[in-house]
Design a protein around this ligand. Structure first.
Ligand SMILES: NC(=O)c1ccc[n+]([C@@H]2O[C@H](COP(=O)([O-])OP(=O)(O)OC[C@H]3O[C@@H](n4cnc5c(N)ncnc54)[C@H](O)[C@@H]3O)[C@@H](O)[C@H]2O)c1
Ligand SMILES: [Zn+2]
Ligand SMILES: [Zn+2]
Length: 372
């Protein structure tokens, strides 16, 4: 079928809206009509070359929509079902899936940025040339073909525009606090970055009962928004940041620090601003050459845990519906993440707004009638 999509042909180029040919879903694949797609900093990282993924490609990995057709062997969804899309499909039987850590799935994780579907081929074509997928989803388009395991069935009364955001920012940030750091009631949590991911970490920490949620962001408006999501204090970055965090935490440091930025220097600051025995969770994606260092003896003596966190260390097919249920109960104000909506042909503007620090989340609405 023919679709409309935002094509990125080379690094730092503007997106061009073009008609593309989309193949029928193959075995274990699903065709989805997209309602909406969030714009994540990871898309910007790939557009800039910070996180390489093959081009030309259709980016976008935070989407939700309605199933149009299913390929062979697909039983868990059928045409008409509402789905949120997971950018980490999983096989269900490798050592990591069996151990309950599907984001590490050996069948999917190594191919995340390969630009193909799980079988190594593509479904997208432009004027007879193959076009790469992005994170298995390519949601900056009216329709997409995704691995069956990426299509997570959700209730029909949840707006698809919000379900889209659960597909990356919310699951990632909430999961960093709840699944990875396992924030406990009464703890202090330090969050770097008040974008879609960081604000979701704030929501997760607040819901888990954190007594203090301290947010660090250089943009004053972002700090003001963080307070609406549950931040108890906000700080601008600076040389004395560690001292300011210690002053807010009785001289101890935070129990948990979550880096939702990935910029140079944050890991070192987070480490020093965390209490001995505390946990530092690295979510923001550094550049490919980043080699952050830590004070070695202090690492041993303080017993701090420093951990990466991919996709909120989640089990997407379980956690996405759970998070949407928390939204329905009013426990997670996901709707407040939506700062601005755009048409697909305004995708370049959405990226400019994100880079300028104007958005909690920008959402590209493909189909207004089914998005809200
Ligand atoms: N690990 C994962 O699975 C995963 C998933 C999604 C996104 N990410 C990554 O998470 C990061 C955040 O994504 P996002 O979409 O929320 O980004 P965003 O651009 O919406 O937000 C980033 C925020 O960081 C702030 N910031 C910039 N420099 C800072 C500094 N030195 N200290 C504190 N704050 C600073 C910005 O003002 C902005 O508010 C990106 O690196 C993205 O690639 C990781
Ligand atoms: Zn993302
Ligand atoms: Zn697996």
């Amino acid at each position: 079928m023919q679709i409309e999509a935002a094509l990125l042909t080379h690094t730092d180029a503007p997106f061009r809206i073009v008609p593309l040919d989309l193949d029928d879903p193959g075995p274990n694949e699903v065709l989805v009509r997209l309602a909406a797609s969030g714009v994540c900093a990871s898309d910007a990282h790939t557009r800039s070359g910070h996180t390489p993924s093959p081009l030309p490609a259709v980016l976008g990995h935070e989407g939700a929509g309605v199933v149009v057709a299913t390929g062979a062997n697909v039983e868990h969804v059928q045409p008409g079902d509402h789905v949120a899309l997971s950018w980490m499909p999983n096989c269900g039987h490798c050592r990591h899936c069996a151990a309950g850590r599907p984001v590490l799935c050996t069948a999917a994780a190594p191919a995340l940025l390969a630009g193909t579907m799980l079988d190594g081929t593509v479904r997208l074509h432009h004027q007879g040339q193959d076009v790469n997928h992005y994170s298995f989803l390519s949601t900056f388009a009216t329709h997409t073909v995704v691995p069956a395991a990426s299509a997570v069935k959700i209730p029909e009364d949840v707006p698809l525009g919000l379900a889209a955001l659960v597909g990356c920012a919310v699951l990632t940030g909430y999961g960093a606090a709840v699944n990875r750091a396992r924030v406990q009631p009464g703890q202090s949590v330090l969050v770097f970055g008040a974008g879609g991911v960081g604000l979701s970490a704030v929501m997760g920490a607040a819901l888990a009962g954190a007594a203090q949620v301290i947010v660090v962001d250089p943009v004053p408006d972002k700090c003001a928004v963080a307070v609406e999501f549950g931040a108890t204090a906000t700080l601008a970055p600076g040389d004395d940041l560690v001292d300011r965090v210690l002053a807010l935490t009785d001289g101890d440091g935070a129990d948990v620090a979550i880096d939702a930025v990935g910029a140079p220097g944050i890991l070192d600051t987070a480490f020093r601003a965390t209490v001995p025995g505390g946990t530092v969770v690295c979510v923001g994606v550094p550049g490919p050459d980043a080699r952050p260092s830590l004070p070695g003896p202090d690492l041993v003596r303080s017993e701090r845990v420093v951990t990466g966190c991919l996709y909120g260390s989640s089990r997407p097919s379980v956690d996405i519906p759970r998070i949407l249920e928390l939204y329905r109960r009013g426990a997670l104000p996901i709707d407040r993440l939506v700062s601005k909506t755009y048409r697909l042909d305004q995708v370049n503007e959405a990226f400019e707004d994100m880079a300028a620090g104007r958005l909690s989340r920008g959402v590209i609405v493909h189909d207004e009638a089914i998005a809200w």
